[in-house]
Design a protein around this ligand. Structure first.
Ligand SMILES: Cc1cc2nc3c(=O)[nH]c(=O)nc-3n(C[C@H](O)[C@H](O)[C@H](O)COP(=O)(O)OP(=O)(O)OC[C@H]3O[C@@H](n4cnc5c(N)ncnc54)[C@H](O)[C@@H]3O)c2cc1C
Length: 279
């Protein structure tokens, strides 16, 4: 998997530091008899610290709540402001490529724009923004360019190219494909869309588990955005160990054993740290 490894090294993907809310999750998993996952591949019921692609905290990040000390470059990486499960546009006043969140526009786009600086023989890419491609042109069965519309002005322009990479996402790619009259001999362009279900487990606790905040926990030495993962692959029924506490009527809303399965889209923000787990 060299491409995955390259991406993980570039973004960079690391095991997130753990905080009190993760400890609550891990403790509960252990109580339920769920083993810790020690290998990268999930093969059975297990829990583990989660990996994510958020720049690790440095300097004052996470060590103070004084806003004057939380302006770049005093902090670097995630400042644990506590409101983003997957990193955000901080530290305040950081250059774009130093934002905590390693989304494409913060990571690969700046890299492409500066490729002449950091890549041997690299050429800086030109980024055309607000450009909505309306057609892919072809000649003799090969893509030769695109026409796009500038959103702000409505101007239409055409660019010819030796190579055209169509990467509009799973919905827009087939739409543009069909709108451009590209070949679809098997009839599969735009079909076969699959999605995955998002489950959330929510509990009401007697004590503050620091779920939405980070800084107070960091003072005790460790902190992170959502970083615990409980995996339950497949639909095999799993019996509850007899030693596990069971929720009882009337206690459901007050104990950590009370869990409510929330429907799609009602859980915490998704991403590497949250989507798909636990399922
Ligand atoms: C809420 C959410 C959470 C997710 N979490 C995870 C996760 O944790 N882990 C994971 O691996 N994946 C996750 N995914 C999936 C992941 O984001 C996608 O698989 C991935 O972004 C797809 O990349 P892409 O480059 O193919 O398309 P996209 O990232 O969708 O990029 C397509 C781009 O093309 C642009 N575009 C579309 N049409 C045109 C046009 N006509 N002209 C010009 N530009 C156009 C769009 O504006 C967009 O910027 C998540 C997705 C969502 C929605």
């Amino acid at each position: 998997m060299p491409y995955y490894e390259w991406v993980e090294a570039t973004l960079p993907v690391r095991t997130a530091p753990m905080a009190s809310k993760e400890e609550v999750c891990f403790r509960r998993c252990e109580t339920l008899g769920i083993p810790v996952q020690t290998a990268p591949t999930t093969t059975g019921d297990s829990y583990r610290p989660q990996q994510n692609a958020i720049l690790q905290p440095g300097g004052h990040a996470g060590r103070t709540e004084d806003p004057r000390l939380l302006i770049f470059p005093r902090p670097t990486g995630c400042t644990f402001c506590g409101h983003r499960a997957q990193g955000c546009m901080r530290p305040v006043r950081a250059p774009r490529n130093q934002f905590a969140k390693r989304s494409t526009d913060n990571s690969y786009v700046p890299m492409a724009l500066t490729a002449d600086v950091w890549a041997p023989g690299g050429r800086a890419a030109e980024l055309v923004t607000d450009a909505f491609v309306t057609r892919v042109h072809t000649e003799a069965g090969a893509a030769t360019g695109v026409t796009w519309r500038t959103g702000a002005t409505g101007d239409v322009q055409r660019e010819d190219a030796r190579a055209v990479v169509l990467a509009d996402g799973c919905t827009e790619t087939p739409r543009l494909w069909h709108n451009s009259g590209l070949p679809d001999p098997d009839g599969w362009a735009g079909r076969g869309l699959t999605d995955h279900h998002l489950d959330s487990v929510i509990g009401v606790f007697d004590h503050d588990v620091g779920n939405t905040r980070a800084a107070p926990v960091l003072r005790r030495g460790a902190i992170s955005p959502v970083a615990a993962r409980w995996s339950r692959p497949g639909s095999r029924p799993r019996s509850r160990p007899s030693s596990s506490p069971r929720p009882t009527a009337g206690s459901a809303a007050r104990t950590p054993t009370a869990v409510a399965r929330a429907g799609r889209g009602t859980g915490p923000p998704g991403g590497r740290t949250g989507r798909g787990s636990p399922t």
